[in-house]
Design a protein around this ligand. Sequence first.
Ligand code: GCU
Length: 338
Amino acid sequence: MKGNVLFGVLCVLAAAVTACSSGKGKAQSQAPEFVLTYAENQAEDYPTTQGAYKFAELVRERTGGRIEIQVNAEAVLGDEKTVIEQLQFGGVDFARVSLSPLAEFVPKLNVLQMPYLYTGREHMWRVLEGPIGDDFMNSFDGSNLVALSWYDAGARSFYNTGRPIETLEDMRGLNIRVQESELMMDTIEALGATPVPTAFGDVYSGLQTGKIDGAENNWPSYESTRHYEVARYFTLDEHTRVPELQLAAQPTWDKLSPEYQDIIRECAQESAQYERQLWAAREKVSESIVRKAGCIVTELSPEEKARFQEAAAPMYEKYCSEYVDIIDAIMEAGDDGE
Ligand code: GCU
């Protein structure tokens, strides 16, 4: 009996030694040199959060376990504005954020989220993946932030608790939640409604209590946050496409070797491709969930859409007068293919 037990113990030990010496357990066998935090404000199953997990997994694999990135979803590290501030001094190491709050820190980014700028998804991606997008990624100097890769966040449309928005006049008198962004506040005002800047996590209760009448977002956010349960009128006006960025904190970045920096950039890019695939699928699923739930989806007529567009046009003068050439180049990139 004793002999059998001893034999069993020896077998287990032998198996453990074999597992450790084969390449398989390598990543785990390395003690991490860096344990870094990643902030994400969406739910665990959301495409951007899944992109963050993919990023962390790739970085762990390619550094042999020397860099561990811990993803914190559901805004547990704070709302987006707070997270950007924390990134600037290295209190958070990585994050994925929307360009709207980010442009308050790097104002030139407003150019990429102007109302009615892109003709569609392909247009936006042509811009972001081409020389214009690269120039923007390289224009973070002095911000204490390092841009790593673009993430997709679709197009944003209005929704509200009271009635369908079919014309520009229907915007009047509505209190519409906006992101903490001056451009978004001005745009809502230009469209005739009253902007109420609010952190993303407070929108549901704002709709429920009547503090706000409506908000604006993409299909997956409208669905994932369950805003559709309280704000049942969705108007597919697609007034803006707001890209998103994966960022690193400059103080953290400076501690990493050039080799680690290259790996992180490469993994961020790959995670972005992954996120884009998940995004495209989730948009369809979310739209179908809210339609099935009985939400009233209104399409603006082309004439009305043109009126919305015209009303928002003064934003270009206020926010883009220094960047007319970039706006022209972006518009040119939309001329073909769509
Ligand atoms: C999108 C975006 C979030 C952002 C939110 C908002 O859902 O992905 O990062 O916080 O819009 O409207 O605030």
